[in-house]
Design a protein around this ligand. Structure first.
Ligand SMILES: C[S@@+](CC[C@H](N)C(=O)[O-])C[C@H]1O[C@@H](n2cnc3c(N)ncnc32)[C@H](O)[C@@H]1O
Length: 215
C-alpha cells in the first residue's frame, strides 16, 4: 500500500515541478499508475536523485527495487557525478521484476552501473562488502525493524539512509491502527529517533520519506 499523505493537488503540484525526464522514465510512471504498482513517484525520485548528487554517492544499495524506477533515479545521479563509474544495487525477490528492471535501465542507458540481485534484499545487503555511501529501503514494511542493524553495519559513517512509506498513509498517527506493517514502521521510526547512531527527519512528501545520516 502506498497512499499519499499530501492533498492530491499539492502532491501533483510537487510532481509537476520535477524537471522533464526521459520518455522511458515517464513510461515507467504510466505503467505504475495503470497497474497500481507502488513506485516512489517523481517528487520523491527527484529527492533521491538530489541527495545522491549532493553527497556524491558512489556506492548505493537499494532494498526492494520493483521494476527499477527508483533505481533509475539513483543511477542517473551516479552518471552525472562519476563519469568513471559508481554502482547501484537493485534487489527484488521476483525474477520477472528483475528482468523488467534490466530492460528499463538498458533503455535508459544506465544498466552498466547497476548490479541486479534476485532474492531477499536485506540478506543481499548483508552479503556485500560494506562502506556504502547511500542505502535506500522500500521493502515490505514488516521487514523494516530487522533491516536496521544490517543497514547500520553496511552504511559508512557519514552515509545517508533514505526510507519510503514512513507515514504509511497516516496510519502511523492513528492510535487505532495496530496492524503488523504499521507497528513495524513505528518501531523502526523510534529506533532511528532514539539512536545516537542516526540523525534523521521525515519529509512529508508522498507517503513520507525518511532522510537519515549515519553519524
Ligand atoms: C514498493 S515496491 C518497490 C518500488 C521501487 N522502490 C520504486 O519506487 O520503483 C517493493 C518491491 O520490493 C519487493 N520486496 C519487498 N520486500 C522485499 C524483500 N525483503 N526482499 C526483496 N524484495 C522485496 C516487493 O515484492 C516489490 O516488488
Amino acid at each position: 500500500m502506498s497512499d499519499t499523505v499530501l492533498p492530491a493537488l499539492l502532491q501533483s503540484y510537487l510532481d509537476t515541478l520535477v524537471p522533464e525526464r526521459p520518455p522511458e522514465l515517464r513510461a515507467m510512471e504510466a505503467r505504475a499508475a495503470a497497474e497500481g504498482f507502488p513506485i516512489i513517484g517523481p517528487a520523491c525520485g527527484q529527492v533521491c536523485y538530489l541527495v545522491a548528487r549532493m553527497v556524491r554517492a558512489r556506492r548505493v544499495f537499494e532494498l526492494g527495487s520493483g521494476f527499477g524506477y527508483s533505481t533509475a533515479w539513483f543511477a542517473r545521479a551516479l552518471q552525472e557525478t562519476h563519469a568513471d563509474g559508481g554502482e547501484v544495487h537493485h534487489t527484488v525477490w521476483d525474477p520477472a521484476l528483475s528482468d523488467q528492471a534490466r530492460r528499463h535501465l538498458a533503455a535508459l542507458g544506465l544498466d552498466a552501473r547497476v548490479h541486479f540481485h534476485v532474492g531477499e534484499a536485506v540478506a543481499a545487503l548483508a552479503g556485500q562488502p560494506g562502506g556504502f555511501d547511500l542505502v535506500f529501503s522500500d521493502i515490505d514494511k514488516e521487514g523494516y525493524p530487522d533491516s536496521l542493524p544490517v543497514i547500520e553495519r553496511q552504511l559508512r559513517p557519514g552515509g545517508v539512509l533514505i526510507v519510503d512509506n514512513m507515514l504509511w498513509g497516516n496510519r502511523v498517527l492513528d492510535p487505532r491502527a495496530s496492524d503488523p506493517a504499521t507497528e513495524a514502521i513505528r518501531r523502526f521510526t523510534r529506533s532511528i529517533a532514539d539512536s545516537r547512531t542516526w540523525s534523521g527527519s521525515i519529509l512529508p512528501i508522498r507517503d513520507g520519506l525518511l532522510l537519515a545520516l549515519r553519524t
